[in-house]
Design a protein around this ligand. Structure first.
Ligand code: GDP
Length: 459
């Protein structure tokens, strides 16, 4: 348990209806009681209760803010310490004033970014993976990314890592027995057992790693470029997607106004739409720079939506672009299906597989469902609706999983070249430690500090 008490505004800074100041530590209850004017004394109040009253400025005795105070005595609180939350309604200035008064109390200081979550971890309330999931929760951009982060903070992924670690510890125990009782000559059987057990672990690690890519996509969005000749309906498609989905418009770092990114979710699939309207041949120097940047955006895209007009024949430009996009993730959108057909669909099919062609009428807003289904199929093996959304999404977790896998592979290799068993034990121990680092069991102080410093203040 920590000896000092920390406080911070826990809600996002800005114009929210209410703001919450969270205080955690041994002085949380008595410290706030000293500045809280109410019918009841917080010192005597039951745990998990809410109290109405006013925060008083001790120097002037004036009422500063009308508040509701939530009281949670440890260990049944987020940090496992005594926690008081002050719900204030009076806007930014009043809330800052309340925080100032709170911080004037003895032994209460400003929390460092992530310090509440850090305490929850250090007090054994959550493991490191759950703590990191809290970071993802705060940052998640789409509903689905949110629910994944939520599941992680609920510890589902932690359970899988723990089970994996169990497999490795069984292996370690088995090796230990062999070292301690060498008179039992079970070398041959042991090699087989080591290989089986390592392979079991590797298979599970591979499963988790496979989810990593999907997790990344869900958190950051599929970087999507819409391309095609002028007038085929690119802007219209962009508009339909963004208007219905409340786009968040952001500039891509490093570019000026040339490439604009809009974050939308199409039935739960997050897309980062790159506005590449500028892709066409031009002689204008200024426009040329814009075109260059659009080309770069096209290079980087995870997904290319290539729009064709059903009402026009395929042109040389289209064939050229289709040719260039051959090894990319591309969906051909045949737009304007409401108009008479001119396009040779069979020829289009020679460039892309059947399932990568979506027929639409952006004007009539038909075909969006099949676009969504196609994207889903392409990026998630069509399993996006699966309930088991336990995605590995954190770069640190991914690299540790890879390290654990490498150790397991090394152990398997070692069994084939007759390396002594106590050397194999080192590999197994490394794997065990790598997995432990994911959960925080083996994390050194500096690593813990690094992880928690990523939090925003008050979380
Ligand atoms: P862009 O140059 O590729 O961005 O094309 P626009 O989105 O500006 O569309 C060009 C024209 O096609 C506009 O007049 C749109 O209203 C029209 N348009 C777009 N989609 C459809 C569609 O599905 N059917 C029909 N009939 N017209 C469409």
């Amino acid at each position: 348990m920590m000896h000092d008490t920390i406080a911070a505004i826990s809600t996002a800074v800005g114009e929210g209806g209410i703001a919450i100041i969270r205080i955690s530590g041994p002085q949380a209850i008595s410290g706030i009681d000293a500045i809280f004017h109410s019918k009841i004394s917080l010192n005597e109040a039951d745990t998990h209760t809410v109290h109405y009253g006013h925060i008083i400025d001790p120097s002037t005795k004036e009422k500063v803010e009308e508040v509701l105070i939530t009281l949670m005595r440890g260990p049944r609180s987020f940090t496992a310490e005594d926690v008081v939350e002050i719900n204030a309604h009076g806007g930014v200035i009043a809330v800052k004033k309340v925080l100032d008064i709170v911080l004037q109390q003895d032994d209460i200081r400003t929390a460092e970014p992530g310090e509440f979550t850090k305490r929850a971890f250090l007090n054994g309330r959550i493991d490191l993976m759950q703590a990191e999931a809290v970071i993802d929760l705060i940052r998640s951009k789409s509903d689905r990314a949110f629910s994944i982060a939520k599941k992680q903070s609920d510890g589902i992924l932690s359970k899988r890592i723990k089970a994996l670690r169990q497999t490795v510890i069984e292996l370690l125990a088995h090796i230990e027995v062999n070292i301690d009782y060498p008179e039992h000559d079970v070398e041959a059987m042991t090699s087989t057992y080591i290989r089986e057990q390592c392979q079991l672990a590797i298979d599970e690690i591979d499963k988790l790693l496979k989810t990593a890519n999907e997790g990344k996509i869900l958190r950051e969005g599929i970087m999507t470029a819409i391309v095609g000749r002028p007038n085929v309906g690119k802007s219209s498609l962009m508009n339909v997607l963004t208007q219905e989905n409340k786009a968040i418009v952001t500039d891509i770092p490093g570019t000026t106004r040339d490439v604009i990114e809009q974050f939308v979710t199409l039935n739960g699939i997050p897309l980062r739409l790159l506005d590449t309207a500028g892709i066409r041949e031009t002689n204008d120097v200024v426009e040329k720079i814009g075109v260059e940047r659009s080309r770069d955006a096209l290079e980087e895209a995870d997904l290319i939506l290539f729009v064709l007009n059903y009402n026009e024949v395929l042109e040389a430009d289209d064939r050229l672009l289709l040719e260039q996009l051959k090894n990319r993730s591309v969906i051909v959108i045949v737009n304007k299906m409401d108009l008479p057909g001119q396009l040779d669909l069979d020829e289009v099919k020679t460039y892309v597989p059947d399932e990568a062609i979506v027929q639409m009428s952006v004007l009539q807003e038909s075909g969006l469902d099949s676009l969504e289904a196609t994207i889903s199929e392409m990026f998630f093996d069509g399993q996006l609706e699966a309930n088991d959304l336990t995605y590995v999404s954190n770069v640190r977790h991914i690299s540790l999983l890879k390290r654990a896998k490498q150790s397991m592979l090394d152990a398997i290799d070692a069994t084939y070249v007759g390396i002594p068993i106590d050397v194999i034990q080192i590999d197994a121990r490394l794997a065990w430690e790598s997995l432990g680092e994911i959960l925080g069991d083996e994390a050194g102080d500096s690593l813990i500090d690094q992880i928690f410093s990523q939090f925003c203040l008050g979380k």
